[in-house]
Design a protein around this ligand. Structure first.
Ligand code: AMP
Length: 283
């Protein structure tokens, strides 16, 4: 497995199946690596599966969150190696954002600014995500890139950005990996105390609860109540069109998604599922 840090060494990584990450690997990431290895094989991509590890400062709206974000490079590399990753790209900030070059910001899809979702609570997050993904796609020119459904809004927004940019790049989604108790795996779960963890379970429980409720507004209210009762501090609980992320009414003919975000102790957690849905890892 190659480890590439420098701009001059990038040629061997171009044209692969890319998995962008911020490191602190867990089984959710591993699922993405396995998918990318399969895709690279199926598509005959010489560069194979390429993983990037870069804790992107421009997508953190909270400097403290950036500071305490777990950094575990040695064990991350061992995990990548075990999964048949061909190369890992670990750039310095100066390689991603050269101080002497002005790289124009990519177009921001409308989904990135929907009221009542991530953008309202993390302003600047999606512009940062689009910036880092666009830069990675320019540098590594992947044929496919794999993202987790865990970050549904990110998946939809990156796909829409690529469409706006006219990129010839398949953006593939992988279902959310969960602990046996239903908690969506996340690098930030390391910050949960045992008491926090009990409250954290209320997010996936709320998604399940919402599936039994036909009216979107009633489902949203029930989810907020459930998370609050468990000691979590919900920021939103929303039933949305799965692609446009617009609010939907009970009468709908397109796939929908239920999305939640809550603070538990000092940690901010996200989760989502198909709605009313039956075909994902919540079952
Ligand atoms: P991160 O390192 O947190 O930026 O995540 C890198 C990629 O892994 C993103 O595409 C995430 O959506 C994905 N990911 C994170 N957690 C999970 C999970 N529990 N299941 C599936 N994918 C995940």
């Amino acid at each position: 497995m190659r480890i590439v840090t420098k701009f001059e060494e990038l040629a061997v990584l171009r044209g692969g199946a890319l998995v962008p990450t911020m490191g602190a690997m867990h089984p959710g990431h591993e699922r993405l690596f396995d998918r990318a290895v399969r895709e690279a094989e199926a598509r005959g991509l010489d560069a194979g599966c390429v993983v990037s590890i870069f804790v992107n400062p421009t997508q953190f709206n909270d400097p403290r969150d950036f500071e305490v974000y777990p950094r575990t490079l040695e064990s991350d590399l061992a995990i990548c190696e075990r999964h048949g990753v061909s190369a890992v790209f670990t750039p310095a900030v100066e390689v991603m954002y050269p101080p002497d070059a002005s790289i124009p910001p990519p177009p921001l899809p409308v989904q990135a600014e929907r009221k009542g979702l991530e953008d309202e609570f993390r302003p600047g997050h999606f512009p940062g995500v689009c910036q880092v993904c666009s830069r990675l796609f320019d540098l590594l020119d992947p044929a496919a890139a794999v993202f987790g459904e865990k970050d549904w809004q990110q998946l939809v927004i990156v796909r829409a950005m690529c469409r706006l940019q006219g990129r010839n790049l398949a953006i593939l989604g992988e279902p959310t990996a969960r602990d046996p108790d239903g908690l969506a795996m996340s690098s930030r779960n390391q910050h949960l105390t045992p008491a926090d963890r009990a409250a954290a379970l209320s997010l996936s429980q709320a998604l399940k609860l919402a599936r039994g409720i036909d009216d979107p507004r009633a489902a949203e209210a029930a989810m907020v109540d459930h998370m609050r009762a468990a000691g979590a501090h919900p920021e939103y609980a929303a039933v949305r069109d799965a692609d446009t992320l617009e609010p939907i009414d009970a009468e709908r003919d397109r796939p929908a998604r239920v999305l939640v975000a809550a603070r538990v102790g000092t940690t901010r957690l996200l989760d989502n599922a198909a709605w009313p849905g039956s075909t994902d890892t919540l079952d």
